[in-house]
Design a protein around this ligand. Structure first.
Ligand code: SIN
Length: 314
């Protein structure tokens, strides 16, 4: 089947891309997720006549993203990807937890076709919203022959889901792929690709078999000047299963947190290190026995540890 005639499925989950404000010049005080998937498509005449189908899965401000929505999104994606008539799937999402959903999907979804996440920093009601172009780019990418994996189309660039990080709270160029750089850029109506599409990187956790309410509980703690470690002790007493410590620099920990992490490990809690720096992650074996997840942001390392613990329990 020709790529143009195959369906692109759009799943809307909310976010600023679907947000509207009472005043057009209000770029921060808006309702995220006010528009449905159908309304997002209807606002884009350039998509008229294309084979598209829509599903409004959620209308979340993505700061409220949760495991139950992830599980549902994963199931809906699996169902669409399995259909021969579907070229790829686009997911509209809020920017705030986009890097987390991207990580979760790239580790749990067998995406032999493109799964393209997209978002916006300006609401749909803004005089110059960024969402329409991002959505057009995402649909184009979902039809790209040979494309595969969990990808993010944003600001004229294509990022691999695992590399994504949000760097800025309100500027339109809010995302980066850190040292990895973008996979491709949209250029003159086409795509200029710098490297191969992301290879499958499926985690062995039986995520589809475990109810989201039973997913291991993993929390993030940040190391900082004057840290006491008491928050770690409180979380262990509260029954946490895993901890990510967002360390300073290359994942270094205040000595009080290092001691608290050792107490947590002795109590059976899994502890990993990440870095609170915006790029680079953690390299090497400093801080001894605490493992790390490379370039993953603390929020992504939290998902990785949750999946590790789920796998260990299985
Ligand atoms: C959200 O993450 O849902 C709100 C913020 C945004 O999309 O930029």
């Amino acid at each position: 089947m020709q790529s143009e005639s195959r369906v692109v499925a759009l799943i809307a989950t909310g976010g600023t891309i679907a947000g509207t404000a009472a005043r057009a010049d209000d770029l921060v005080g808006y309702d995220a997720g006010a528009l449905s998937a159908e309304q997002l498509i209807a606002a884009l005449p350039a998509l008229a006549g294309q084979a598209l189908e829509t599903w409004t899965l959620a209308r979340l401000d993505s700061c409220d993203m949760d495991h139950a929505t992830w599980a549902l999104l994963r199931r809906e994606l699996q169902a669409r990807l399995a259909r021969p008539d579907v070229a790829g799937v686009v997911v509209t999402h809020g920017t705030d937890t986009l890097e987390e959903t991207a990580w979760f999907l790239q580790r749990t979804l067998d995406a032999a076709k493109p799964v393209v996440l997209t978002a916006a920093m300006r609401p749909a009601s803004a005089p110059s919203p960024d969402g329409p172009q991002n959505l057009l780019d995402a649909v184009r990418l979902a039809r790209e022959p040979g494309a595969r994996g969990v990808l993010v189309a944003f600001g004229g660039q294509v990022f691999a889901g695992e590399d994504l990080r949000k760097l800025h709270g309100w500027r339109v160029d809010a995302f980066s792929a850190g040292d990895a750089g973008p996979v491709a850029v949209f250029e003159d109506g086409g795509l200029r690709r710098f490297r191969d599409w992301p290879a499958p990187a499926l985690h062995a956790a039986p995520v589809g078999d475990v109810a989201p309410a039973a997913w291991p509980r993993v929390e993030i703690v940040t190391s900082h000047a004057g840290a006491s470690g008491r928050i770690v002790d409180a979380l262990v007493a509260d029954g946490v299963h895993g901890l990510v410590i967002a360390g300073t620099g290359n994942g270094t920990l205040h000595h009080t947190l290092r001691d608290a992490a050792a107490r947590a490990q002795a109590a059976g809690v899994a502890v990993v290190r990440a870095s609170r720096c915006l790029a680079g992650g953690v390299v090497g074996g400093a801080e001894g026995s605490l493992p790390q997840h490379g370039a993953a942001t603390p929020a992504q390392a939290r998902i990785e540890l949750m999946l590790d613990l789920m796998r260990r329990r299985a």
